[in-house]
Design a protein around this ligand. Structure first.
Ligand code: BGC
Length: 942
């Protein structure tokens, strides 16, 4: 093994063989002063203390990430880089001109008019109730329930207006996928990526359920999760950790189960972000020094088979809300993209709930409503907290002057109210009177609308209700089953009882400055429990690995904590005089509104951060005994420098474990629980191995940066297999302390093969219809008795404005294609699409046997290979696609049969010609069940 210094030189990085632990344990070598970098100083006042959205991106961090480091940087280089940025950003770079010539309406085809909700049998009662309520609403009330009141204009991150006269409350919306953001006394669950790594559908449901119990008890109607987009096209993508892994099937099962879990508690789930928001750089106009967001240019087939796929599962599960994303898709903003919202989501998938914008992702007024957006969040207009809504009063005006079809507004309001009924939130048991905590202050008392400068009464906003219950158990179980054992040369599990000195090395093993040290967890210090951004929460506590291992270690075991020691390893050999050295390292990333040092949301590479690789090598080389490596990470890391080191005997990949981190790890290390996690993505040998499609676009390449998803459906393992690249660890990989064996595959046909699904069924019910009479202008007049708050978004207009509104006799200039009714999709027909897509066509069963001497959980995975036929020679199929998985517990010697139901959708590809899911109707489908995507386990065909 080469020395760490030599290895570092080979990798082109600085190294010092006489390693100073202070550097490793306390700083980011790339940016020694790194801590969370808010993009703009928070606005003043006590209520800004936890406010993070007003901040602007710090472009100096981008310069650092480009390798322009403060030590070496000279002003000329900075000026040059800034000039280059300006040229690129302004689109002056000729090479990128093709992108500036896109038609003004974008390259996404028009799909109008917006399909009405209320066509699915499962929602019929809720729509009937909603219709009677919406029928009696005034114009202002309809606008109110579809527009947020503005940023920080309520205690939660989002609040709609009420329709008091008819008894409809303000809906309260709160992040996010990992727990309840900005809340006290609530659980910090493991992240989505850890949940994906469990491959345990029951745990996915249980985590969603516990999350929703907490939300409900805190007065939340709508949870802003789960997250299935980003899907993970780029392994360095900043928010991949909020979702469940780089495969649509895994994301679909996990997203669907989480939705069911959340909604089982009467809380509306939000599946997000629709769609193709795969990187943080340029995700949003304004945030990255550019006026426009980037465009993800995605082909129809990849859209269906990868990016939209998990949304199908969520809609099928009855999800109440879909959040459209910041980015453009095919050069049309996702929240104003009629093909996506009207076409794919509402017609094809039959979505019955409401589409809400990501926070400020709405970029137009009437046009976005026509394109299928139903709720504007947080209600402000094009800028944060500007109070100039694109809807609100403007929506009232647009209806009154005839530019906004009343019919559409009725559908928007009905979708919101029907969702409320559908979840049973009209019940007297549901807390409809607002949240009992504030996102904006930790104090007991505060303002209800701290975003407004108008004087307000100080009232009790935090009631400090403890909603954790026994959810730590679910959190721990997910964290335990989310640990993936990548290597074990017989060293694990450690014995609790025999004499053993264990040394724990690396800042990632210890508590650091506490889990909530940086706002929205926007820095990497101490042990890593979650990534950063709106998907992160306030930890009630975080059990560090040092605490967890110390707590569980038995009598004979002594644990030495070197997680925050200083000095050089080689100068303090006693530190390494251990029977076992456990060395911890990590990699962090997060949402693009915050940067940690040079990491501006997306990671800059796939290496461990804070010198982790060097530390691991040095510990392995100097430890008296063997070394165990533990990684906490937002996604794959490159581990080529040390993975084959002969003294590294075991590697545990613990993902992002949440508050129960140390307990969960200790359970696995000492064998209290047999590890059963499997990788929810591929670990490659380099970032380049993920192919051109796997690379984040770090520099703008035009006025609106363009990302062409040219690789189509070939991402992650689909790319590795097609390109013949050997991964370090394949997708689905994970070891156990026991061994399992597969045998006896049985493939049985359940339904005969036909190329296309059955004809689209007619709607089970008719959507509600309402009077088309124009509302009276009085309906939208500011009530005389209302006390107006500055910048608060109301639906009302002043009397003088109302008097000035002229009806547009000539008709409104609607977007191109608005008057061309689209043919209804053959793939549609019910919630989740054509019901035939969900019918089982083939059942595959296998026997799984525990052949070792310990109880353990196996994860048999079913992979499909499409038939290779002449008729389909023009269609490129992946070598394998995940189409089923189960988690099954087995005692030593025990054997169980595991069955997979393979549906029509699972067997189909998206045929862009017929615009439908098509099954290849000749040749043989291949089925493989194995313990990872490279494992040829047992095989069969149909
Ligand atoms: C994020 C969403 C989040 C919203 C509200 C946005 O910046 O992209 O995921 O739900 O903020 O906090």
């Amino acid at each position: 093994m080469a020395s760490s210094a030599a290895a570092a030189r080979r990798d082109g990085r600085d190294s010092d063989s006489d390693l100073d632990l202070t550097e490793y344990l306390a700083t980011d070598p790339l940016n020694p002063n790194a801590e969370a970098t808010p993009k703009r100083a928070p606005s003043g006042g006590e209520y800004a203390s936890r406010e993070s959205k007003f901040v602007l991106r710090d472009t100096s961090s981008r310069l650092r990430s480009l390798g322009i480091r403060s030590k070496t940087c000279c002003w000329a280089v900075v000026a040059l880089a800034a000039a280059l940025w300006a040229i690129l950003a302004s689109g002056g770079f000729f090479a990128y001109q093709k992108y500036t010539q896109a038609p003004p309406d974008g390259l996404s085809p028009p799909w109008y008019p917006s399909p009405k909700g209320g066509t699915a049998r499962a929602w019929a009662d809720s729509y009937a109730k909603a219709a009677s309520m919406v029928e009696t609403m005034t114009l202002a009330e309809k606008v109110n329930v579809t527009t947020g009141t503005g940023w920080m204009m309520g205690p939660a991150v989002g609040t709609t207006g009420p329709a008091e006269k008819v008894g409809f409350p303000q809906l309260v919306l709160q992040d996010g996928p990992l727990g309840l953001r900005f809340a006290d006394n609530a659980t910090a669950f493991p992240a989505g990526i850890t949940t994906g790594a469990t491959w345990n559908a029951d745990l996915m449901f249980a985590r969603g359920k516990a999350h929703a119990q907490e939300a409900r008890a805190k007065g939340i109607h709508v949870l802003l999760g789960p997250c299935v987009g980003p899907l993970g096209r780029m392994p360095a993508g900043g928010r991949n950790w909020e979702g469940f892994g780089a495969d649509p099937y895994l994301q679909g099962i996990a997203g669907g189960e989480t939705v069911k879990g959340i909604q089982s508690q009467g809380v509306m789930a939000t599946i997000k972000h629709f769609v193709a928001n795969e990187q943080e750089h340029f995700r949003q106009g304004g945030e990255w020094g550019l006026a426009n967001a980037m465009s993800s240019n995605v082909g129809d087939r990849a859209m269906h088979e990868l990016y939209a796929w998990p949304f199908y599962d969520a809609v099928r599960a009855g999800v109440a809300s879909v959040m459209c994303s910041y980015n453009m898709v095919n050069n049309s903003y996702a929240c104003g993209n009629s093909k996506l919202l009207n076409g794919i989501l509402k017609d094809e998938m039959g979505f019955q709930g409401f589409v809400m914008s990501d926070w400020l992702a709405q970029r137009s007024g009437v046009a976005s409503a026509l394109a299928g957006l139903d709720v504007s969040m947080p209600g402000d207009g094009l800028g944060w907290a500007d109070g100039k809504s694109l809807w609100g009063p403007e929506m009232s005006r647009a209806v009154l002057n005839g530019s906004m079809p009343l019919d559409r507004l009725n559908d928007m309001a009905t979708r919101v109210v029907a969702s409320w009924y559908q979840l049973g939130q009209d019940s007297p048991d549901f807390p409809n009177d607002g949240p009992n905590f504030s996102s904006w202050t930790d104090e007991e008392n505060g303002l209800m609308a701290p975003g407004s400068s108008t004087d307000q009464e100080v009232v009790q906003v935090n009631h400090f209700v403890n909603v954790q219950g026994d959810h730590k158990d679910v959190a721990r179980q997910v964290a335990v089953e989310g640990v993936v054992m990548l290597k074990n040369d017989g060293i694990l599990p450690l014995s609790k009882d025999s004499p053993l000195n264990i040394g724990l090395f690396g800042e990632d093993a210890g508590p650091g400055k506490g889990p909530n040290y940086c706002k929205d967890r926007g820095c990497n210090q101490g042990t890593l429990g979650s990534g950063w951004g709106s998907g992160a929460v306030e930890f009630p506590y975080l059990v560090s690995p040092v605490e967890g291992i110390t707590a569980i270690a038995g009598e004979g075991v002594s644990v030495a904590d070197y997680s925050n020691s200083t000095g050089s390893l080689s100068k303090q050999p006693r530190m390494l005089d251990q029977d076992v050295c456990m060395v911890f390292a990590n990699a962090d990333s997060g949402e693009g509104f915050l940067a940690w040092g040079s990491v501006g949301g997306d990671r800059n590479d796939l290496f461990l951060q804070k010198g982790g690789d060097d530390l691991i090598v040095q510990v392995a080389e100097q430890c008296k005994g063997d070394t165990v490596v533990v990684i906490h990470s937002v996604g794959p890391v490159v581990m080529e420098r040390w993975i084959e080191h002969p003294r590294i005997k075991a590697v545990l990949y613990a993902n992002l474990p949440g508050q129960e981190s140390g307990h969960a790890l200790a359970d696995v290390v000492f064998g209290e629980v047999n590890p059963s996690g499997h990788l929810p993505y591929t670990i490659g040998k380099s970032l380049e191995d993920y192919g051109p499609g796997g690379q984040v676009l770090y520099l703008p390449n035009g006025i609106a940066p363009q990302q062409d998803f040219d690789e189509g459906i070939f991402i992650d393992y689909r790319y590795f297999q097609r390109a013949g690249i050997e991964p370090r660890f394949p997708f689905g990989f994970g070891l156990s302390y026991t061994t399992f064996e597969l045998s006896n595959m049985v493939v049985s046909e359940k339904k005969a093969r036909t190329p296309l699904p059955s004809a689209r069924p007619n709607p089970a019910v008719e959507p509600p219809s309402y009077s088309t009479e124009s509302p009276s202008t009085q309906d939208a007049a500011f009530p005389a008795d209302i006390r107006r708050l500055d910048k608060y978004v109301y639906p009302y207009l002043d009397k003088e404005v109302l008097e000035d509104i002229d009806y547009i006799e000539a008709g409104y200039q609607y977007p191109d294609g608005y008057d061309v009714a689209q043919p209804l999709s053959g793939a549609g027909g019910d919630e989740g699409g054509n019901p035939d897509l969900w019918d089982t066509y083939v059942a595959v069963s296998v026997d799984v046997k525990n052949t070792g001497d310990r109880k353990g959980k196996a994860v048999p995975q079913l992979y499909l290979s499409y038939p290779e036929t002449e008729s389909h020679a023009h269609v490129k199929f992946p070598i394998k696609s995940l189409r089923g998985f189960e988690k099954v517990e087995l005692k030593p010697g025990e054997k169980k049969e595991v069955a997979f139901q393979v549906t029509r959708r699972d067997l189909s590809y998206w045929d862009v010609e017929s615009q439908n899911w098509r099954m290849v109707d000749e040749g043989k489908f291949g089925f493989t069940v194995g313990f990872d995507v490279e494992d040829d386990g047992v095989r069969g065909e149909w």
